[in-house]
Design a protein around this ligand. Structure first.
Ligand code: AHG
Ligand code: MN
Ligand code: MN
Length: 350
């Protein structure tokens, strides 16, 4: 076992800074503030089940919108905690229509933060894993206050990105470009301890993760690609399907086991294909993690990290995971790859 396992975050960051003298402590301090948010959110997420069972809020059973209040709690925790750190000059949250400036009374810093405070929230009352996703960019604008334009940078310019996963244990996964590292929260001491350093995603996998309820809305290349994965070929058995419906959980499994997660475009309105996942605080941060871990993250027609956002809630199609499976997706979409025989996954006619 790697002797670094069990290292505290501050020790690990200090070691990393020795290895990368250019790294300033500011990103690390930002990470420590994000951990404070994660610990507060994780505590409330764990109580949600309790509230439902014990009706502590006075409700006979907590309806979805009651559990959904966790979205608001997570968002307010992130905004309140991160506003006064002095490291940021502007924020963007999935829950806020507009960019979030840093209040005048607080010092401004050189970073901007984009975040999804609670990802997969529709799964909370099913006790399925959910998470928080964050992306950090360096400001481009001069002056004291940040500018909303600082948020509209391509993902390749992120200085760091990561997510917290509130599951059977609470994990933090992050990268600053040199390695992807996984920390696990030890609740007995309230500290995140290193569980895996320099994670590499497998070159290929045996799982595909996509909501097949949307098959009718996909373009033909995507349908043929998924059909190909579901079919046995001379070299391999069919892929197995896994789909939780929480992006962070589905991505984390893909990072650990390999394969692909996809949320293709919806082609219902002709000429206006629509992705579901958001670029700034879902696709870009996970794309950075995936690429640093040796994988690939694509819109199906190009690198996620090269997409220049036009607005903070821009949606994109997402194909992310092991290089082999994502490259296949791109080839099927481009019409450069066809299944060996059509309709492989359909059982042979009687
Ligand atoms: P959020 O809870 O932040 O709105 O994100 C939900 C997203 C993502 O977590 C997941 O991959 C996707 O929605 C699932 O969408 P479907 O239910 O359409 O499959
Ligand atoms: Mn989300
Ligand atoms: Mn969300």
């Amino acid at each position: 076992m790697d002797e670094a396992v069990g290292t505290t975050l501050s020790r690990f960051i200090a070691d990393e800074q020795m290895k990368h003298p250019g790294a300033t402590g500011e990103f690390s301090n930002l990470l420590v503030e994000l951990i404070t948010c994660a610990r507060l959110i994780s505590r409330e997420v764990n109580k949600a089940g309790l509230v439902e069972i014990l009706g502590l809020t006075g409700h006979r059973n907590v309806q979805g919108e009651e559990v959904m209040k966790l979205d608001r709690f997570a968002n307010e925790t992130m905004i309140r905690t991160m506003s006064h750190t002095g490291y940021l000059c502007m924020m963007a949250s999935e829950e806020n229509a507009d960019p979030i400036p840093i209040p005048a009374e607080y010092p401004k810093g050189k970073y901007v933060l984009c975040f999804d405070p609670l990802d997969g929230s529709s799964n909370i009352d099913a006790n399925a894993p959910i998470g928080t996703i964050f992306s950090v960019l360096q400001r481009r604008s001069a002056g004291d206050d940040g500018d909303p334009e600082d948020l509209l940078q391509p993902g390749r310019d992120q200085v760091g990105a990561g997510y917290f996963l509130y599951g059977s244990s609470t994990l933090m996964v992050y990268t600053t470009g040199s390695g992807v590292h996984i920390f696990t929260l030890d609740p007995s001491v309230g500290m995140f301890l290193l569980s895996r350093a320099d994670v590499r995603i497998p070159e290929s996998g045996k799982y595909y993760s996509v909501n097949e309820g949307n098959t009718a809305y996909w373009e033909p290349g995507v349908w043929k690609y998924v059909d190909y994965l579901k079919s046995a070929t001379g070299e391999r058995p069919p892929y197995s399907t896994r789909y939780i419906g929480s992006l962070v959980a589905d991505f984390h499994r893909t990072l650990c086991y390999g394969g692909i997660f996809a949320y293709p475009e919806d082609h219902r309105s002709p000429g206006k294909p629509k992705g579901k996942l958001r670029l700034l605080y879902e696709a870009s941060p996970l794309a950075l993690i995936c690429e640093v871990a040796g994988g690939r993250a694509s819109t199906g027609r190009g690198r996620i990290l090269d997409v220049v956002p036009e607005e903070i809630h821009q949606r994109v199609p997402l194909f992310i995971g092991s290089k082999r499976e994502v490259e296949w997706a791109e080839k099927f979409i481009a019409g450069e790859m066809q299944p060996p025989t059509a309709g492989l996954s359909a059982p042979p006619p009687p």
